[in-house]
Design a protein around this ligand. Structure first.
Ligand code: 3H9
Length: 651
């Protein structure tokens, strides 16, 4: 027996049939929903009572699009275009009533209706490009006919939704309903019947006007500059360009392009990432009913680059923040860092008064006992175990008994820090990635005695910071830095074989990283990771030869590259390569293709990822991928080191 509520409910208010789509959590158009929807529409179009139809979503929104999980297999009929065709050619007016989101296939269904009304808060968009797809149910043909080419192209290539007021102004919707949506939509439909209003079929509108003859040439040129690797951008432009054709020809072209994007490796990787991000929230040892402590006040210990950035993340999320520094001079530097951050945020568009509000949420002090008001303390001082132990012992004396004590260490033993306190159950790792204000992921690290409550609170704080928290077990480097170390080892081996710094960086950029490992290291500064390696007895003689030569990266004007004064552009530097060659005692070169270089590096990372899974440090392979995509700039359309490894060098 199936006692689940029907996916589409039909009710009548007078002569108006209301079809309510109810497929939680987001009304995605799964096969079951499509089947139910088509049947419900055909039923009301064929009955004698119904004179108009309202299509509305139950729950949080209208429809969030196609069910993404179905794209990995053959999708069964009826497909959305067939349902839209039935609706569009109907001889009774159909009104889409939109609240929350109408996205992707959801907006396409709405555009197949004769009229669209929405709440003022509703948002509408074609986000398919973010999944490496083009819209596939008429979106690229109907949207330009409704709103014109420039806005349609922007929405389809950019993937961001627009709000109802703009949608109304530009003709995507016909009315904003101020009161209750369902009643407003029924009244709207009643008026259509009363006024014998025409059935507005978007397919019958003329093709959009070309704003200028170079419009698509320019659009393609802009894309090459923006994201040269993402194929779906080009596909989106091609599909929108097809809207200049007669409608059915354009629709057929869209279908071809859509099928190609669904089958593309890039889209498979991006769809995988979509679910990977959401799966990261599901941690086997943190069931949904794990208690979470309330956090209002955060203390950050250490106001260096990382500590200040963590303070900013917390202030931006609305937490009150106490920033503790060792002495007045260090505190003044931290204050200057905060000021500089918000000044440039204002230049990028943050309102001045909002920036001030956030800045004043951060109170600086040199008195560590100020942590007594904090519900969460994040320690972010330099990687010195003895210093951190002292700090944890002090926190144990001064922080509230129930406060969570977190360390931002990248590789030190959290159990040792926990044992400096009498409350190891409240000690966890919260590992941010640099630059912490931009990187969207954090590792929530479980030490031996961390309580589930402390860890669940860490995950909740991560979400409040608008980041993707990923659970990690405690070990040297947790998840992200363990793979980074594997990358360095592979890089060292390549250098020792006579592959150059430039060859390695170019190969990784061609693969899709924004910058190669050596440029990235120069940007971060070489001395800190160098010291960390030495402390742990790790030896990378060729990688480290550059630091031994007194070159610390961008900040000193020279690292693996050289930099002109005041300029951050990395310039190839034969001197850097000469230092490496001298250290290896040879100038002979080996020739490896870019693909071989990438395979060597990513193969090593994949193997290390498998070790993390075997040791239970990572819950699932996709967690490793989320960390590398959002913490280290691994190209999302390649899925991540584990997704890529499974497909390319499973062994
Ligand atoms: C498309 O439409 C192609 C068409 O052009 C062609 C058709 C022929 N499918 O994000 P949340 C799940 S392509 C399946 O945490 P929020 C999600 O996995 C599609 N599942 O909520 C999660 O599950 P769980 C174009 C989906 O409130 C749960 O719902 N549309 C889908 O933060 C809650 O999700 C898009 O790309 C889906 N489409 O955000 C929109 N969407 O709880 C994708 C969500 O088990 N969706 N789930 O982890 C979104 O952007 C956000 O989910 C949304 C809500 C903004 C709607």
């Amino acid at each position: 027996m199936n006692d689940r509520a029907p996916l589409v409910r039909t009710e009548h208010v007078g002569a108006v049939a209301i079809l309510t789509i109810d497929n939680p959590p987001v009304n995605a158009t799964s096969h079951a929903l499509r089947t139910a929807l088509k049947a419900a529409i055909e039923a009301v179009l064929g009955d004698l009572i119904t004179q108009a139809v309202v299509l509305i979503g139950a729950g949080r929104g209208f429809i969030a699009g196609a069910d993404i999980s179905e794209f990995d297999r053959k999708r069964d009929e009826p497909l959305n275009p067939a349902i839209i065709a039935v609706m569009e050619r109907a001889n009774k007016p159909i009104v889409a009533a939109i609240h929350g989101h109408a996205l992707g296939g959801g907006l396409e269904l709405a555009m197949g209706c004769h009229y669209r009304v929405a709440t003022r808060e509703a948002r509408m968009g074609q986000p398919e490009v973010k999944l490496g797809l083009t819209p596939g149910a008429g979106g690229t043909q109907r949207l330009p006919r409704l709103v014109g080419l420039p806005l349609a192209l922007d929405m389809i290539v950019g993937g961001d939704p627009i709000a109802a007021p703009l949608a109304l102004e530009r003709g995507l919707i016909d009315s904003i309903i101020e009161g209750e949506l369902r009643a407003g939509a029924v009244a709207f439909a009643d008026n259509l019947v009363r006024d014998k209003a025409p059935l507005k079929r978007v397919r019958d509108l003329p093709p959009p006007e070309l704003p200028d003859p170079e419009f698509f040439v320019q659009a393609r040129a802009d894309l090459t500059k923006r994201r040269p690797h993402l194929q779906a951008h080009d596909s989106c432009v091609a599909a929108v360009e097809a809207s200049l054709l007669p409608f059915d020809e354009g629709l057929a072209r869209e279908a071809e392009i859509f099928a190609a994007t669904v089958a593309s490796e890039q889209s498979k990787a991006l769809r995988y990432q979509f679910f990977a991000e959401r799966d990261a929230a599901k941690v086997s040892y943190l069931p949904a009913d794990t208690p979470v402590r309330e956090v209002k006040q955060v203390a950050v210990i250490g106001g260096g680059t990382m500590g200040s950035a963590i303070a900013i993340c917390c202030a931006d999320a609305g937490y009150g923040v106490t920033l503790v520094e060792a002495d007045p001079a260090a505190l003044a530097r931290a204050r200057a860092t905060l000021r500089k951050h918000y000044d440039s945020a204002i230049k990028r568009g943050l309102k001045g008064d909002e920036a001030e509000r956030r800045l004043t949420r951060i109170v600086g002090t040199t008195a560590i006992d100020a942590v007594s008001i904090a519900d969460l303390v994040v320690e972010a001082v330099t990687e010195d175990l003895a210093l951190k132990q002292q700090i944890f012992a002090a926190l144990d004396r001064m922080a509230k008994p129930e406060a969570i004590l977190a360390t931002n260490t990248s590789y030190l033993d959290i159990d040792t820090l926990a044992s400096a306190t009498h409350r190891p159950e409240n000690v966890i790792g919260l590992h941010f990635f640099a630059p912490a204000t931009q990187m969207r992921v954090i590792e929530v690290v479980r030490a031996t005695k961390s309580s589930t409550e402390a860890l669940a609170t860490g995950m909740a704080v991560g979400r409040k910071l608008r980041k993707i928290p990923v659970a990690a077990g405690a070990c040297d480097g947790f998840i992200g830095n363990r793979l980074l170390t594997a990358r360095w080892r592979a890089t060292e081996a390549l250098l020792s074989e006579g592959i150059t710094i430039l060859d390695i960086d170019r190969a990784m950029v061609a693969f899709g990283f924004a910058v190669g490992p050596f440029v990235a290291a120069d940007m971060a500064g070489l001395d800190i990771s160098y010291r960390a390696r030495k402390q742990r007895g790790r030896n990378l003689p060729l990688v480290d030869a550059i630091v031994d030569a007194g070159r610390f990266g961008q900040k000193t004007g020279a690292g693996y590259y050289r930099y002109d004064p005041g300029n951050r552009t990395p310039l190839p530097d034969p001197e850097a390569q000469a230092i490496v060659d001298k250290a290896r005692g040879s100038t002979t070169r080996t020739s490896l293709s870019a693909d071989e270089i990438v395979a060597r590096i990513l193969g090593a990372m994949y193997d290390e990822g498998k070790n993390l899974l075997k040791d239970g440090i990572a819950e699932r392979a996709s967690d490793i991928d989320v960390i590398w995509v959002y913490g280290y700039g691994f190209p999302a359309y390649r899925g991540g080191p584990m997704f890529y490894g499974e497909r390319n060098f499973k062994r």
